[in-house]
Design a protein around this ligand. Structure first.
Ligand code: NAD
Length: 347
């Protein structure tokens, strides 16, 4: 059994505790939270509450610590976990900048401890559908890929609204979408341009757009909105042989491809009050094939099954810190791009 302690018993800490029950080889034994009111909650669930962090780090029974505090405390707890000789899973964003990430990677390497990050959105069905379609070459090579999450409910009124605590949507949803994008496009990021707006929350970014250019020529757009009342599709991908759309969290969507390159250009011309267009008129329907999206298996527990495999059988972690570092370097470039109003080149 891999004995687990969780630091930060809020929304996500509780989620880890609850969901670890369904993964073989793991046993949660307790947790710590700066808020002593969490003692009663943990005790009611049958777990130990450590009265301070040092008591937790001194407990030799613990093999793995899950860090699920607000973002600004991740570095402190990751380093303390590693220095106490334990392995660590950190919530995303692992760190608030690349320098901190490098420091933690170095510490984990020196102590030969596992340090990985809960990039759980790699198991989202919509992402896995996109991955499957792109890898199967169903629509040929892709050149534009748009990934968006959009809501109109603002930011929950907690630490996420506070810059110092690591709030804002780039560090929240932006990091998920960047991580997914870097998994999909197998080429280094060359250039980053970002607009991070504070529409309703003055201290942090609450609506953002990022443009990424990859060395292989792919151009990706990422958008996170908290003040959007009419959504774009979750995914929109343009490829040489077709287009793919996933509309929403339910993964409705389709692939559309041309079945012939020849058609009558005069058919279906669009006339507006101010002119006519052949180029932007719809193709004749008979020249198109519509395909359903493929079935995929999500399987979030693969994240923890892999961790068991790493700790018990020396397997490779699925979420590698080298990948997470690249995402954080892009995040740093987004903040710089937004501050200076420039496109930032990455080496
Ligand atoms: P939350 O506010 O619900 O919970 C945070 C908990 O940490 C609270 O119980 C708080 O008392 C405790 N805490 C605050 N400061 C602390 C400290 N210094 N030491 C110990 N405990 C402390 O927040 P949340 O939504 O659970 O988010 C926690 C982390 O999980 C964040 O990093 C967030 O980005 C991440 N998260 C990840 C996902 C995901 O899908 N992977 C989803 C939500 C949140």
């Amino acid at each position: 059994m891999i004995k687990v302690a969780v630091i930060g018993i809020g929304g996500m800490g509780s989620w880890h505790i609850e969901n670890l029950k369904r993964v073989k080889d793991f046993q949660v034994i307790g947790g710590y939270d700066i808020n002593p009111a969490k003692k009663e909650i943990l005790n009611n669930w049958g777990y130990k509450f450590y009265s301070d962090e040092n008591e937790l780090f001194a407990d030799e029974e613990i093999d793995l610590v899950v860090v699920a505090t607000p973002n600004n405390f991740h570095k402190h707890y990751v380093l303390k976990t590693i220095c106490s000789g334990k392995n660590v899973v950190c919530e995303k964003p692992a760190m608030m900048n690349a320098e901190d990430m490098k420091e933690c990677i170095k510490a984990a390497e020196e102590r030969k401890k596992l340090f990985t990050v809960h990039q759980n959105r790699r198991w989202d069905k919509d992402f896995l559908i996109v991955k499957k379609v792109l890898e199967s070459n169903t629509i040929g090579s892709f050149y534009f890929i748009d990934s968006r999450v959009q809501g109109s409910r603002g930011i929950p009124g907690d630490w996420r609204c506070v810059k110092e605590a690591g709030g804002g949507m780039l560090l929240d949803w932006g990091v998920h979408l960047l991580d997914q994008m870097l998994c999909l496009v197998k080429s280094p990021v060359k250039e980053v341009y970002a607009q991070l707006l504070s529409v309703n929350f003055k201290d942090v970014d609450d609506n953002l757009k990022i443009l990424l250019k990859f060395e292989n020529g792919v151009c990706a757009q990422i958008q996170v909105d908290t003040n959007c009342f009419i959504n774009y599709p979750r995914w929109h991908i343009s490829a040489i042989d077709g287009t793919m759309v996933i509309d929403d969290w339910n993964c409705t969507g389709k692939i559309v491809k041309a079945n012939t390159l020849s058609f009558n250009w005069e058919e279906g011309i669009i006339y507006t009050e101010t002119g006519r267009t052949k180029t932007m008129a719809p193709r004749p329907l008979k020249t198109l094939d519509t395909l359903p999206l493929p079935e995929v298996y999500g399987g979030w527990e693969e994240f923890y099954k892999n961790i068991a495999d790493v700790l018990l059988n020396n397997a490779e972690p699925i979420v590698k810190t080298s990948e997470v570092l690249k995402v954080i370097e892009v995040m740093d470039a987004c903040f710089l791009s937004n501050e200076k109003g420039i496109a930032v080149n990455l080496k």
